[in-house]
Write a protein that binds this ligand. Structure first.
Ligand code: ADP
Length: 490
């Protein structure tokens, strides 16, 4: 990874430096040429300007009895060569015939094939001064038409741009040197950059490998707030989430194992009992006293009922788990359901000498729920209160409304639940006192089913904290039923 990232960085830097140098170089060289062209025309225009009256006059005024005007113009130009920047090497002047463009003389010998007719000369031949030069051409020139002694002439100044060219060449070599230096620096910098980028990535890779091996304990240190820092943060969050999920999965797996073990155990006990009593009965046909026989048969029947009961509860739970159990939602008065529960358990409570108090306020609303299942929850928690309260206890059944919810609470002064077990009593098969529960026909599934029913109704079932002995358990139910919010009149 280090190598490819590094190569990419070097490439980026090299491309950047080269393109920067090319742009800067082209711009600089263009500017230098432009500057020289400007200087040239300013100098020529200055020389032919109004302030150089003498020069113009000397050029244009023919001396008496002058024979060769062209030679005189050449003489005057030679005298003013300095003002025109003519060095006779890179810059020369020529005197051309104003009508034919023929070269009459100059500061240098006439080039082979004559002076080339440039656009500026063509312009001067038409009587206009020519003062133009392209940046890309390899010369610059100016052609100024004059008349002397009635004869037209053209003063032609030609510069081969050698000065600009040599300066540009020097600049070019400077730029190449700077480019080389820039490349060396960029390669060195890219090492440094690659290090700052690659190191955190390598740490991240190490972290990912650890997570892949199943070790979530190490959190990676976030050393920067840039993208890599954000990536590290996200990675830490992901590892944390993964750890939680795996822990939950492991817990669920353990619960599943416990559940299977519990089911087996719960079914094996009554089955063993049935088997041993049936064997005794079968082995001693006609030998056992009839009352013993009927007691044994009673036990067998009892245990079969118990098994049927457990299987029924398991079936109910399994339907909830698989989502196959539909709620049959209807509107019914909540107070009536509470009262029906109270009436149903009254006899049982009296058998245990419990006093049961019903606190039912007026005006409780109708609720939208599965009445049968809600009654099942109510019966379960009130029956538990009767079961787990020693005879002669006191049980209070109260109900009420809070906002969009109705509630029912069952409070007893029975054996209660030890602190450590409070969180677990909604677990499947969980019973504080197995023997006591079994003796009273409990399966340890009642509260799990009840809670499942309440959750399906988007309500809840929980233990209320209290100081006195006994237990208070409370169910809450949304008036509008599951999946609804408001809208029902009455
Ligand atoms: P069970 O069929 O054993 O009653 P439940 O699921 O209804 O199963 O209850 C689970 C356990 O919670 C019971 O075994 C019991 O230990 C405890 N429990 C439930 N209600 C009460 C109560 N009112 N007082 C004391 N313990 C209770």
């Amino acid at each position: 990874m280090r190598r490819s990232l590094h190569i990419k960085l070097v490439l980026i830097m090299v491309l950047l430096i080269v393109s920067l140098m090319v742009v800067v170089g082209a711009f600089l060289m263009n500017s230098v040429t432009g500057y020289y062209i400007n200087e040239f025309y300013e100098q020529i225009a200055g020389a032919f300007g109004r302030e150089n009256v003498d020069f113009i006059r000397d050029l244009q005024t023919a001396t008496p009895e002058e024979e060769d005007g062209g030679a005189m113009v050449e003489e005057v130009l030679s005298a003013y060569a300095g003002a025109l920047g003519v060095d006779r090497r890179d810059r020369n002047f020529f005197v051309l015939d104003g009508t034919t463009g023929r070269c009459l003389g100059g500061s240098a010998p006439e080039p082979e094939g004559g002076v080339a007719v440039t656009p500026n000369i063509s312009k001067a031949l038409l009587g206009e001064p020519g003062f133009d030069s392209s940046v890309t051409a390899d010369y610059m020139d100016a052609a100024i038409p004059i008349t002397r002694g009635g004869q037209p002439y053209i003063v032609y100044i030609l510069d081969n741009r050698e000065t600009a060219r040599s300066l540009n060449a020097e600049m070019f070599s400077l730029i190449v040197e700077a480019l080389g230096l820039g490349l060396i620096i960029s390669v060195l910098l890219s090492f440094l950059l690659a290090k700052t980028m690659v190191n955190p990535l390598q740490r991240l890779t190490g972290g990912i490998e650890e997570v892949a091996r199943g070790d979530f304990s190490r959190k990676l240190e976030v050393t920067s707030s840039d993208e890599i820092g954000q990536l590290t943060e996200s990675f830490n969050a992901m590892a944390g989430q993964l750890e939680t999920n795996i822990a939950e999965l492991e817990k669920a797996e353990q619960q599943r194992k416990d559940f299977v073990a519990n089911v087996s155990h719960e079914l094996r006990t009554p089955l063993t009992n049935i088997k041993s009593y049936a064997e005794t009965l079968a082995g001693g046909v006609g030998e056992l006293p009839p009352e013993m026989e009927s007691r044994f048969l009673g036990v067998i029947l009892n245990e079969s009922d118990r098994m049927a009961h457990i299987l029924q509860d398991l079936l109910t739970l399994s339907r909830f788990d698989s989502g196959r159990s539909e709620l049959r939602l209807t509107w019914f008065p909540f107070a009536k359901a509470v009262d029906d529960t109270y009436q149903a358990v009254l006899m049982d409570a009296q058998n245990h000498a419990h006093t049961v108090e019903l606190r039912l306020p007026d005006g409780l609303p109708e609720v939208r729920a599965d009445r049968e299942r809600i009654m099942q929850v109510m019966m379960n928690i009130v029956s538990n209160a009767i079961k787990y309260t020693p005879d002669g206890g006191r049980i209070v059944l109260s109900a009420g409304q809070g906002g969009e919810k109705v509630w029912m609470e069952v409070d007893d002064n029975g054996i209660g639940i030890p602190k450590g077990d409070r969180d677990r009593i909604f677990e499947r098969f969980y019973r504080v006192d197995k023997a006591r529960s079994r003796q009273s026909g409990g399966t340890g599934l009642g509260l799990s089913i009840a809670q499942e029913i309440m959750l399906r109704h988007e309500g809840c079932l929980y233990l209320v904290d209290k100081e006195e002995p006994g237990l208070t358990i409370r169910m809450e139910l949304p008036v509008w039923g599951p999946g609804e919010e408001g809208g029902h009149e009455g």
